[in-house]
Design a protein around this ligand. Sequence first.
Ligand code: OAD
Length: 250
Amino acid sequence: MVNIPSPLLDTLHAAQRITVLTGAGISAESGVPTFRDAQTGLWARYRPEELATPEAFQRHPKLVWDWYAWRRELVAGVKPNAAHHALVKLEQQVPDFTLITQNVDGLHRRAGSGNVLELHGELFRTKCSRCERAVNCWQDGGETPPVCGHCHAWLRPDVVWFGEMLPVTLLQKAEAAAAQCEVFFSIGTSSLVYPAAELPFTALRGGATVVEINPQPTPLSDYVAYTLQGAAGKVLPVLLKAVWDSEVPQ
Ligand code: OAD
């Protein structure tokens, strides 16, 4: 049973500017494992933090390329869930809405969200690891990752790896959306990875009401105004119905 406190209902009803930050937990109900879940099957012996680095790619390019190819296949076979759909509805309720995601699965866009900032890149985009050109098609080399048609360096997924900088303009947009909103939601993220984990604090400093939706407490939990404990796919549809009388497709 999801209980939405009535002061939060009032705040949301009056809000004109809402910013949402999502993490892997929002896609969990679609069947995409979160980062800090134990991996299953083929990949059970690797930790994502050990594969998602430039050093891992230098040392084991085929292993890292194949892990991303596996993730692309996994994500291509799943659908956005009620939580993704709820955020599409939420975007229609307020004049100023920004969705910031750490996810690279593209499920927010597939659900129909418009103003999405994909802070950590996108699994289905590929670029050259040297000249950084975007690449749409390639010949699979078999033993190694495919190579760039221009400079013959390996291709890599267009995602941000640990130790790499986030795209500056994207991060600035996210910071501005956090600083200027009236309500900030942190949904399905462990709030451990910076700079994304700083965004709720930017919102707090700007005077926003910060709300966390997560089945588990996180390092952010002690600072937020409201915690809605539970799965995003359960909590968000209840919230949309309670505040805006909006039905969310399941
Ligand atoms: P994590 O795997 O660290 O955390 C997932 C969070 O989702 C946890 O706090 C869970 O409790 C929560 N959760 C699980 N199921 C949920 C559900 N149904 N509804 C709501 N919440 C749920 O994933 P992130 O916080 O996204 O970065 O990880 C942040 C970044 O670290 C990722 O973008 C990635 C990673 O390693 C890079 O690759 C650069």
